[in-house]
Design a protein around this ligand. Structure first.
Ligand code: ZN
Ligand code: ZN
Length: 371
């Protein structure tokens, strides 16, 4: 097959904008899948790489919540074929101890497979003439009209889920919801708090509602997000603007005097994490999800952990995408996980506006439409 030409949003300079430019895309090699993209969500990880040096070579195409239709498959790819609708998630090797133990999110090759800028076979996925354009970001680089993914991170999608709603399952929804179902294993009757009601936090909230948590508290500094959280099932909302850690802990104790059973933090902000931890019940559990700016630190009082409390970090919701994403989409199709209110669509050409809207809190989950 001839290399195809498509349009990609290229990041040429750290901190710079994305520019839409034509690129030629390599053929899918063994174990690889060429996907024509219909939609791609924007996640804060994309913005982090846009802004901060994280070892990714430039120029590069980012984007890691792609959804679309398979154009062609390489040798040895059996579970999808040309014409299939798919969602793309993060890449993993399939062979290390973590992958073998169904924890591909902790794959020993995670950085090499998701951040190195080249495909796992060493090829640069895109070119402009002779000039390389790096990609393979999270095993996809989906800010483009087409991308090369791998069999392992290409997940079949049911016909009745629109691409714009399907795309964010690949990272943000999996991360927030998976943390509640898998990492924290929230139970019916638990009290639950989400610190930071962005797309990942609200996905966690939807999962807590689905699990039957009794008291569900959203904490954020943006009033509109707290309104959205209430509409999605929060029983309480706390505006944390200007709150010190002790104020937040007191506000949580006012809702549940015995302490909170399960907390998800998406902020990575020291005072918020500390306040949450001090509001946690004995034997309660709190998960940290935020990827923070280089040099960030969190200060906690270690005595707060002594009541059997657990503080844990997680990525990608501790989820194996081939199993978890179809399962979560099943919850969505059953009416148990309705994330539609989070999604705001933009034409692909408006990518910089969509990023700015997300950073400013005007959009919760921007999704670019490629067609
Ligand atoms: Zn692995
Ligand atoms: Zn992400």
């Amino acid at each position: 097959m001839m290399p195809i030409t498509t349009t990609a949003a290229i990041l040429r300079q750290r901190g710079g904008p994305f520019t839409l430019e034509p690129v030629s895309l390599a053929d899918p090699g063994p174990g690889q899948v060429l996907v024509k993209l219909a939609a791609c969500g924007i996640c804060f990880t994309d913005v982090g790489v846009q802004r901060y040096e994280q070892g990714t070579p430039l120029p590069q195409v980012l984007g890691h919540e792609g959804a679309g239709t398979v154009l062609a498959v390489g040798e040895g790819v059996a579970h999808v074929a040309a014409g299939d609708r798919v969602v793309l998630s993060y890449a993993s090797c399939g062979q290390c101890g973590s992958c073998a133990g169904h924890h591909p999110q902790y794959c020993t090759s995670f950085m090499a497979l998701n951040y190195a800028g080249v495909l796992s076979d060493g090829r640069v996925p895109m070119h402009q003439g002779e000039a390389p354009v790096f990609g393979g970001f999270f095993g996809q680089s989906s800010f483009a009209g087409a991308a090369i993914a791998y069999a392992r991170n290409t997940i079949r999608l049911a016909d009745d889920v629109p691409f714009a709603l399907a795309a964010p399952f690949g990272c943000g929804l999996q991360t927030g919801a998976g943390t509640v179902y898998n990492t924290l294993d929230a139970q019916p009757g638990h009290s639950f708090v989400v610190l930071g009601a962005g797309s990942v936090g609200l996905a966690a909230l939807l999962a807590a509602v689905d699990r039957g948590c009794a008291t569900i508290v959203a904490v954020d500094r943006v009033a509109e997000r707290l309104d959205l959280a209430r509409a999605m099932g929060a029983t309480h909302a706390i505006n944390s603007a200007g709150m010190a850690a002790a104020d937040l802990a007191l506000a949580l104790r006012a809702v549940v005097p015995t302490g909170i059973d399960r907390i998800v933090d998406t902020t990575g902000v020291s005072a918020v994490v500390r306040g949450g931890l001090e509001g946690l019940a004995s034997r309660g559990q709190m998960a940290l999800l935020a990827v923070t700016a280089p040099g960030s630190e969190i200060t906690i009082n270690p005595n707060t952990l002594l009541g059997g409390r657990r503080l844990v970090g997680a990525v990608e919701g501790d989820a194996d995408p081939q199993a978890f994403i179809p399962w979560l989409i099943g919850r969505h199709r059953a009416g148990r996980f309705n994330h539609a209110p989070l999604v705001q669509t933009y034409p692909f050409a408006a990518i910089n506006e969509a990023v700015a809207d997300m950073a400013a809190g005007r959009a919760v989950k921007p999704v670019l439409l490629m067609e």
